[in-house]
Ligand binder design. Structure first.
Ligand code: NAP
Length: 491
């Protein structure tokens, strides 16, 4: 079982000019990951490369050297000397690595806290690593838990609530005003990047009818086709405005395109029916004076920015709650990891005990197969069998315990007491143990009690072993079963 580590850089530690030097294209990732797990000491690995982070999550024979090998490998891949990266690359090991993976998956480490994209990117990176055989039990368990943690953080906190960019806030605002956009006519003015984002958000918010108008008709048609909307000529702007309940405008015009003269006509044509104008543009597309007209509700980018900031503040608060969930989950995961370390010991313990039980049972069965035994004899033999198995299993631990001294003795007594849930009676009053340290008192008492029990058990095991030399059944049924012994010899 190896140790988890993380090596990488993100928006927190490196500007885009450095991040882009280390970034890997999608088609490069499978090859890079395959080479990563061929590095000395690296057992498992995945690589995530997005515009905000380039990171390797790995499992190594020992975290520190494996992380160092990974770091050197990444820099060699891009022929980057350490001087170019400065302190941009970070490394986390063990518990810190677990916390980091959980935080990334939950979008607590994202530039826009709570954004949904990172989870999909992580799932896909995990899938790619799995396809090239670079993941194993530890990374699998860690990532699957990370996805579970992300789900918890999203559902139990408000981290993903409230739009965090201007174009989605424009749509969120319209949804808040109208409740439901499905039956509303929406006009998008402009067909550039912001209009495209807004139109996409409109579509996912359930808007059925989206009209796009733009100075160049071709771009209007392209955007309309992308979002299954309708393109309208720029010359028809006034008529399109009159037909719209919601207008989202984001052109690069230097002067307002939504002017008071146009809106006087528009409001009249609409019989002053309410309409909402969301102006994302800087400089503004809408003359502020149209907001004074009856039936026109105008929002500019500052209004939207206030909503964005309020949403981000809300998310930051939710992130504190999210961080507590991550902490709790990370502690649980570490418990599982520690559990994995003792699995071989537990398996060996079970095997050894089963071996003793099976061997003794087999010997008894063989002995009993030679003639018929009365129910009483059988019951007695069974009783002795169970006693013998218990004693044999406990023989070595009790011998080791007896031969222990000082702190080792105290630790072993405490361990045995805890592991077997023992309630050990005090063997001697505290006054009988002059000079015993207060902390060692209980342990010494327990040790005495166990030592006396040990004497008893050892004597019995010795007797059993001596009996074994006489006959198999006598070994099991020793302790005064002379009658059985005689009958067995006769049989
Ligand atoms: P863009 O991709 O360059 O698109 C600009 C759009 O404006 C195009 O559809 C263009 O039409 C149109 N346009 C330019 N000049 C015009 C004019 N004189 N009259 C009518 N239409 C005109 O720009 P963008 O990034 O989407 O930005 C649009 C607006 O949003 C800008 O005011 C910007 O400041 C603001 N904004 C941008 C961001 C951002 O992150 N990008 C964020 C907040 C606000 P053609 O197709 O005919 O050229």
């Amino acid at each position: 079982m190896g140790e988890l580590f993380v090596v990488g850089m993100s928006w927190r530690t490196a500007p885009v000019a450095i991040r882009e030097k280390l970034a890997f294209r999608e088609e490069e990732v499978p090859g890079v990951v395959s080479h990563l797990v061929a590095q000395p000491g690296v057992q498992e690995a995945l690589l995530i490369s997005t515009c905000n982070r380039v990171e390797v999550y790995g499992v190594g024979d020992a975290a520190e050297p494996s992380a160092r090998a990974t770091r050197a490998f990444l820099m060699a891949q891009r022929s980057l000397p350490p001087s170019e990266l400065g302190n941009a690359l970070y490394q986390h090991h063990g518990p810190q690595a677990v916390r980091h993976v959980f935080r990334v998956a939950s979008a607590l480490d994202s530039l826009v806290v709570g954004e949904a994209q990172i989870l999909g990117q992580l799932k896909s990176a995990y899938g790619v690593a799995g396809q090239v055989g670079a993941t194993g039990p530890t990374l699998a368990r860690c990532l699957e838990r990370a996805f579970g943690v992300a789900k918890r953080v999203r559902s139990e906190t408000s981290i993903a609530r409230g739009a965090a960019n201007v174009s989605s806030v424009a749509v969120e605002l319209a949804t808040r005003v109208f409740g439901d956009l499905s039956g509303k006519s929406v006009l998008v003015v402009g067909a550039g990047k912001m209009s495209t984002l807004a139109a996409r958000h409109l579509r996912s918010a359930g808007t059925e009818r989206i009209v796009v108008t733009n100075r160049s008709p071709q771009r209007a048609e392209e955007l309309a086709a992308k979002i299954d909307g309708v393109a309208a000529p720029w010359e028809d702007l006034t008529a399109q405005l009159a037909a719209a309940d919601v207008v989202i405008s984001s052109t690069g015009a230097r002067e307002p395109v939504l002017t008071v003269p146009i809106f006087k006509k528009v409001t009249k044509a609409r019989r002053w029916k309410p309409m909402m104008i969301v102006d994302i543009a800087v400089p503004r597309d809408a003359d502020p004076a149209i907001g004074e007209l009856d039936g026109v509700y105008l929002f500019d980018i500052d209004d939207l920015d206030k909503v964005v900031q309020a949403n981000l503040a809300e998310r930051a608060k939710a992130a504190e709650h999210g961080a507590r969930i991550v902490e709790h989950e990370a502690v649980q995961f570490e418990g599982w990891l520690r559990g994995q370390e003792v699995v071989p010991t537990i398996r060996a313990l079970r095997d050894q005990c089963s071996h003793v039980a099976e061997a003794e049972t087999q010997k008894l069965l063989e002995a009993m197969s030679r003639r018929a035994y009365s129910p009483e004899e059988r019951a007695q033999a069974m009783h002795h069998l169970t006693q013998l198995i218990v004693r044999k299993i406990l023989h070595l631990p009790t011998t080791v315990l007896r031969s222990s001294e000082g702190e080792t003795l105290q630790h072993r007594v405490e361990a045995v007491t805890a592991m077997f849930g023992l309630t050990v009676p005090l063997a001697a009053p505290a006054a009988d143990l002059p000079g015993a340290a207060p902390g060692a008192q209980g342990a010494a008492d327990s040790a005495r009690a166990l030592a006396s029990l040990d004497d008893e058990l050892e004597a019995e095991v010795a007797a059993d072993l001596a009996a074994e030399e006489r006959s198999p059944l006598a070994r099991v049924a020793s302790g005064g079963a002379a009658r059985n012994e005689r009958r067995f010899r006769e049989a």
